[in-house]
Write a protein that binds this ligand. Structure first.
Ligand code: CMP
Length: 139
C-alpha cells in the first residue's frame, strides 16, 4: 500500500474543479485518508517546493501556490503514486495524454491543476508537511 499527497492547485480551485478531480481518483479505487482546505503560507510553500528552489520559476511557483486556499488530500492504494500520476498526466498539460486531469483541465506548465507526490520518500515528506498523524484516518 502506498500513500500520496495530492494538491488541488489555485487554477483548479478558481474553476471549482476540486470535487471532479478528487472524484476521478476515488473512481480508481483510491482511498481518501485525509482532506483539508488551507491557505498555504510562504514558509510551507518553500518547504514543499524546496527541491525546485534553484529553478528560475521557483518564486513564481511560491507566489502562485500561496495565492488562494487550496485543497490538500492524502490518497492510499496499491501503487498509488504511479496510478495517481497516470490519472494526472504529464506536468505540462500540452504534453499530457488525452483524458488525463491535466490534459482536460490544466492551463499551462505552472497552472497545471494538481500536484501529486512523485516517490514514496517524497510522499512521506510532503504528507508530513501538510498533515499531522491524527488528521490521517486509517480505515
Ligand atoms: P508540481 O507537480 O506541483 O511540481 C512542481 C511544479 O512546478 C509543477 O507541478 C509546476 O506547477 C511547476 N513547474 C514545473 N516546471 C515548470 C516550468 N518550466 N515553468 C513554470 N512552472 C513549472
Amino acid at each position: 500500500m502506498e500513500r500520496s499527497l495530492v494538491l488541488i492547485k489555485p487554477d483548479a480551485m478558481e474553476r471549482g474543479l476540486g470535487g471532479t478531480i478528487i472524484g476521478r481518483l476515488q473512481q480508481q479505487g483510491l482511498k481518501l485518508l485525509a482532506l483539508k482546505l488551507l491557505h498555504v503560507d510562504e514558509d510551507l510553500a518553500k518547504r514543499h517546493y524546496a527541491i525546485h528552489r534553484d529553478k528560475p520559476f521557483f518564486n513564481d511557483l511560491v507566489e502562485y501556490i500561496t495565492s488562494m486556499p487550496i485543497i490538500a488530500c492524502v490518497f492510499e492504494g496499491e501503487g498509488a503514486i504511479d496510478l495517481i500520476r497516470r490519472v494526472m498526466g504529464a506536468t505540462d498539460p500540452a504534453k499530457a495524454e488525452a483524458g488525463t486531469v491535466r490534459a482536460d483541465f490544466g492551463l499551462d506548465i505552472q497552472r497545471n491543476a494538481t500536484h501529486a507526490s512523485d516517490s514514496e520518500e517524497n510522499a512521506r515528506k510532503e504528507i508530513g508537511l501538510f498533515f499531522t498523524d491524527d488528521e490521517i484516518f486509517d480505515y
